[in-house]
Design a protein around this ligand. Structure first.
Ligand code: FE2
Ligand code: FE2
Length: 170
């Protein structure tokens, strides 16, 4: 795998400033959460930094497709072989049933990084450090409200992830 500084240089060259800043913010937030939840910090760092790399090569990619493309790119271009990192990237938009803590961390870091601004973000930020499952539920609810308001179809995988966490939350 490439070292993290090389990956950053590469991302900085390829993505616009705004997306690059988002990637760095998600990386830092994911690292914070990994420390807090005693999850592998290096895995959180790489997954956070690269979670949106699917947008790198296709700026117009549909939201639901960039995670899958990203999971391919981290393998092919960045030589990431770790299944946990790859899955954290693959499931960062829709989640999945029975998510690992690393997957939850990357999912929620994406939603609460410092530049995120929306009505319930502060509540979700707090919950992320007190009840991760509730934080993820709140985040899905907020996303579903947003999509409904825009008349956008809600994908089945997100609904299934939400139902799963709702029924199994700690
Ligand atoms: Fe994303
Ligand atoms: Fe993102």
């Amino acid at each position: 795998m490439k070292d993290i500084e090389k990956i950053k240089e590469d991302l900085k060259k390829s993505v616009g400033d705004k997306l690059y800043t988002h990637c760095i913010n998600v990386m830092n937030t994911a690292v914070d959460l990994a420390v807090y939840y005693k999850v592998d910090i290096e895995k959180a760092r790489i997954a956070g930094l690269l979670h949106d790399c699917g947008k790198l090569y296709n700026k117009n990619i549909k939201n639901l497709e960039h995670a899958g493309l990203g999971a391919e790119i981290v393998k092919d271009k960045y030589g990431v072989e770790d299944k946990e990192i790859i899955n954290a990237i693959l499931y960062h938009t829709t989640g999945r049933e029975n998510m690992t803590m690393l997957e939850k961390i990357v999912y929620i870091a994406d939603k609460i990084e410092p530049n995120r601004e929306y009505d319930v973000v502060d509540e979700i930020r707090e919950l992320a450090y007190s009840n991760m499952d509730k934080a993820i539920m709140k985040s899905f609810e907020s996303t579903f409200r947003y999509l409904k308001a825009k008349n956008v179809h809600i994908d089945k995988q997100s609904l299934d992830s939400y139902e799963f966490i709702k029924n199994n939350k700690s």
